[in-house]
Write a protein that binds this ligand. Structure first.
Ligand SMILES: [Zn+2]
Length: 61
């Protein structure tokens, strides 16, 4: 049960690394995003000249 051997990917939206999770065991190869929020903003990844704004959105409340 060594957790340090879990596979890691980099989120296509926020560019942060995230680890394998149990809920992804059947589709890990297709997982590209760390969260539903990032998956919902995946269109942003096509504009690499535009910064990802998810952090800003959260601080605008
Ligand atoms: Zn992400």
């Amino acid at each position: 049960m060594k957790k340090e051997h879990l596979p890691v990917k980099v989120c296509q939206v926020c560019q942060r690394p995230f680890s394998w999770r149990k809920k992804w065991e059947k589709n890990w190869d297709q997982v590209l995003y760390c969260s539903k929020r990032c998956r919902g903003s995946k269109h942003r990844v096509l504009r690499d000249d535009e910064p990802v704004l998810s952090g800003c959105i959260q601080s605008m409340k």
